[in-house]
Ligand binder design. Sequence first.
Ligand SMILES: O=C(O)[C@H](O)[C@@H](O)[C@H](O)[C@H](O)COP(=O)(O)O
Length: 258
Amino acid sequence: MNITCSHKMVLTEVHKLESEEDVAVALASYIYKLSGKFTASGTFSVVLSGGTLINTLRKLTEHPYVSSIRWSKWLIFFLDERVVPLDHPDSNFKLAYDGFLSKVPIPESNIYPIKENLSPEEAADEYEQRLKHLVTKNKLKASPATGFAKFDLMLVGMGPEGHVASLFCWHFQRFEKKKWVTFITDSPKPPPNRITFTLPLINSASHVAMAVTGEDAADAVKMALGKHANDHYPLPVQKVSPELSLTWFLDKEATSEL
Ligand SMILES: O=C(O)[C@H](O)[C@@H](O)[C@H](O)[C@H](O)COP(=O)(O)O
């Protein structure tokens, strides 16, 4: 494991693990400990990505975690979402529900999917307004540094060309400074219509865990963590810098270019 501090004093830990199974085991243990810390005195707000991340969470649905986590204190949000009905095969909510949420006792009222039957722009605005309302009602913390909602933990996956959430390299959404949630109608990863948290919202979180596995990710991992990291036109993943800690969970294939 490597530990470094960036200029923003973000603690960055890199766990280089042998296999995807080891990543799932290490991620579950990390989330369990963080959940214990937050739920001892309040709620634990968790933001989920789509993609392989949901399957990587599988250990949380098993012994010992399934019966020892205080699930009733968890609040669930979506880092990005495809603008499709919630029961559509492309929906991140459906993916998360089938693979994780239906297997743990988080109250339904603590889960915040996007609203259906809206355009991408309307869906992004509606989600942003809902987050702002939750901050006003003190159900979500706010970052004193930025005023944006301050989620306790974001669980983030990375695409092979270094995208996170639905913030893609050559798309302007990655440069958004004011909005909390924005939209894209030409996502290079299908389907095209999506909403996504913006970087300022992601970077207002307390903790971010990046779970990345497989050979496809190796080049982007090298760009982000290698000795000669590309600072000229950084990949979206290189701009992830939460308030307290950034923890990478990588398997052998993902670190093969390091
Ligand atoms: O809706 C989505 O597509 C995801 O939220 C997306 O941002 C995902 O996390 C990355 O593309 C990594 O996906 P994989 O883990 O499947 O490589």
